[in-house]
Design a binder for this molecule. Structure first.
Ligand SMILES: C[S@@+](CC[C@H](N)C(=O)[O-])C[C@H]1O[C@@H](n2cnc3c(N)ncnc32)[C@H](O)[C@@H]1O
Length: 322
């Protein structure tokens, strides 16, 4: 184990002990432990929760008196592992046959819009979050990026990306975006395509990306549209005139959604449009362009099946600047 890891664990253990002592003191002094403090303590003692803000301890003391700084007491989240459904053999087999994987970016109908949101990449250090087969990672290098690092939680996806890439300036890293840490100011462009709906803690990830980008850099990503993924059973419903409708329900009830797509129980995380935009703003980004995928008339002419995408937006596309 690296010395830095040792230091970090020792720091966390000392925080745990100090938190415990503080809790006992507060309980003895005040008779009761605030519920939020209990959640902080239980999260603190959870073996997977080793990363605790250094300034947390002084905050705990505030709970004893009336000067509670409630906004600072969001409960510490359990850092759970992502589902990693792309390493499920059935899922991976089905997903690999999609046009956007067999044909790459030419098979992704939203790509012409996304491409228009990407800034000049000349000389930039780019990251691709949830890079999958690496289609965009390679495109970014072909379009001027000095280097690209793709991150993905799936060993299947990373293995395929590595096999399809012959470029020493691109590397691929297996990493879970729920826990990803990135060095400060280490990149000049951040991209992600159709991955963030798998991420539960989007606020943490947004702050991580913001810290990793240099000032003025762009963050462009696509995500399943909340109108597309809100419903309990998302599927087309046809009325007597043959008009297709996509149900929207539980829109304001954010959180886990389970769907059957190539495998049973694929876990995604629904957030309203407002939450996604406000999360970026709270992380420090300026939102510069928002688009919702709808095929052009030409695309529908060439591929009539795309016409149903005019009924509701499936993909949300956002360009934000640090
Ligand atoms: C729909 S695919 C998109 C792949 C690629 N960006 C593209 O557009 O072709 C979603 C990708 O996100 C990855 N992914 C899902 N959850 C993740 C997580 N928590 N951390 C890192 N990658 C994740 C999956 O393994 C998968 O490769």
């Amino acid at each position: 184990m690296a010395a830095a890891d040792n230091d970090r664990i020792l720091l966390s253990i000392s925080h745990c002990l100090a938190s415990y002592i503080a809790a006992r003191l507060i309980r003895d002094l005040c008779g009761n432990v605030d519920a939020r403090l209990k959640s902080v303590i239980s999260a603190t003692f959870h073996p997977h929760t080793w990363t605790i803000d250094e300034d947390e301890l002084p905050c705990l003391a505030c709970l004893a008196g009336p000067r509670v700084q409630s906004s600072r007491f969001e409960p510490i989240r359990e850092r759970t592992m992502a589902q990693n459904i792309y390493d499920n053999a059935d899922f991976f087999g089905g997903y690999s046959q999609l046009p956007r994987q067999t044909h790459g970016l030419a098979g992704a109908p939203e790509w012409p819009v996304v491409r228009g949101m990407i800034p000049d990449l000349s000389g930039k250090r780019a990251i691709d979050l949830g890079c999958g087969f690496g289609w965009v990672s390679r495109w970014m290098r072909e379009n001027g990026a000095a280097s690209v690092r793709g991150y993905d939680v799936s060993t299947n996806m990373i293995a395929r990306a590595r096999a399809d890439t012959n470029d020493v300036a691109i590397d691929y890293v297996i990493a879970d975006l729920e826990t990803l840490e990135l060095p400060e100011a280490s990149c000049d462009f951040a991209f992600s395509s159709l991955t963030f709906h798998y991420v539960e803690d989007f606020a943490r990830l947004s702050r991580t990306v913001h810290g990793a980008l240099t000032a003025g850099s762009w963050f462009v990503f696509t995500i399943e549209h909340p109108i597309f993924m809100a419903a309990t059973h998302p599927h087309w419903i046809e009325d007597e005139d043959g008009r297709k409708t996509w149900p929207v329900n539980r829109y304001a009830i954010e959180g886990e959604r389970r769907t059957d797509w190539f495998a049973k129980g694929v876990v995604k995380h629904h957030r309203t449009m407002a939450t996604t935009l406000n999360t970026l703003i709270e992380a420090g980004f300026s939102i510069c362009w928002v688009a919702e995928f709808a095929p052009s008339a030409e695309q529908v002419r060439e591929q009539p099946a795309l016409a149903e995408e005019l009924e509701r937006p499936m993909i949300l596309m956002i360009a934000a600047q640090r």
